[in-house]
Write a protein of this length. Structure first.
Length: 291
């Protein structure tokens, strides 16, 4: 009798978990492309994203080698509002400047406010204000506070292509002289066959100068996203710079894992319910578009 009871309880738990998964969308990682999709993780859900990055960059004083562990914690406050904390808990610099320590942390709030009707040509829209908390000291970080906001737009294009476009401004803290410098940020990611478990993508990111006397930066990225299960995904990408002081190469593998249960279908998704990639590049601070 005990065995039958245990088997019954196990089957009930499996059925309950399967039903809970069916009520919510498949996992949509906040990485690894160059732009963030206009979606949220879902009310009551928690999503952990982590990976490693290694960059090789030629600078005026020599070659800089940078290894970092990157992580994001996404909390679904409501169906349309998400709190996200991005950070680099471990950073190792090699080259002219050598250092090991923790990087900066960035607080993000994503508010999704427009979802188009099915078959509509209008994009889904969201806004993402962010604040960098200067926890890292030089040479890993600037020691200054940065803040800004991004507008997020997601399009469903013909040919099973999903396009995410981000654009915004950041106020980057300066040292000599003190104050802030306005920086323009533009990023885009195109994902092919995003409904499939395997979704290849390409992206591009542009940053105007982040310091007085420095130049603009432009980089491109290509990679693959693999949704292993309903709540777990792997990703891998490679990035290279085209303009300015950008990495010659920057490989980045990572994973995303979602926890929690929702009483109904969670998270804001496109009309096609497509799987989506997001994020990209490297530097002093990170929002969903990586610096």
């Amino acid at each position: 009798m005990r065995v039958e009871t245990l088997v019954f309880l196990a089957l009930a738990l499996i059925a309950s978990d399967a039903a809970a998964q069916a009520r919510r969308k498949p996992i949509e990682p906040g990485s690894p492309g160059n732009a963030t999709a206009a979606t949220t993780v879902g009310s009551g859900l928690i999503q952990v994203e982590s990976g490693v990055a290694y960059s090789h960059t030629d600078t005026s004083s020599g070659v800089e080698r940078r290894f970092s562990v990157e992580s994001s914690l996404r909390l679904g406050l409501t169906e349309t509002v998400e709190l996200r904390v991005d950070g680099e808990p471990i950073v190792s610099l090699g080259g002219p400047d050598r250092a090991v320590g923790s990087g900066d942390y960035v607080l993000n709030l994503v508010w999704y406010f427009t979802q188009p009707r099915p078959e509509s040509s209008w994009p889904a829209l969201a806004v993402q204000p962010f604040l960098k908390v200067p926890t890292a000291t030089g040479p890993i970080g600037s020691g200054k506070t940065d803040f800004g906001a991004l507008m997020l737009a997601s399009f469903d294009l013909p040919g099973a292509i999903a396009l995410d476009v981000n654009a915004g401004m950041a106020a980057v803290g300066q040292t000599r002289p003190s104050g802030w410098l306005l920086q323009a940020i533009v990023g885009a990611t195109a994902t092919w066959a995003p409904d499939n478990p395997l979704a290849p993508f390409i992206g591009v990111t542009y940053f105007s100068r982040e310091e007085r006397g420095s130049g603009d930066r432009l980089s491109v990225q290509a990679g693959l996203l693999w949704r292993v299960t309903h709540d777990f995904a792997l990703d891998a990408s490679v990035e290279t710079g085209l303009l300015g002081q950008t990495p010659e190469y920057l490989p980045r593998p990572g994973f995303s894992l979602r926890f929690g249960r929702s009483p109904r279908r969670s998270g804001v998704v496109r009309a096609s319910n497509r799987l989506r990639a997001a994020r990209g590049a490297s530097g002093r601070w990170r929002t969903s578009i990586r610096r």
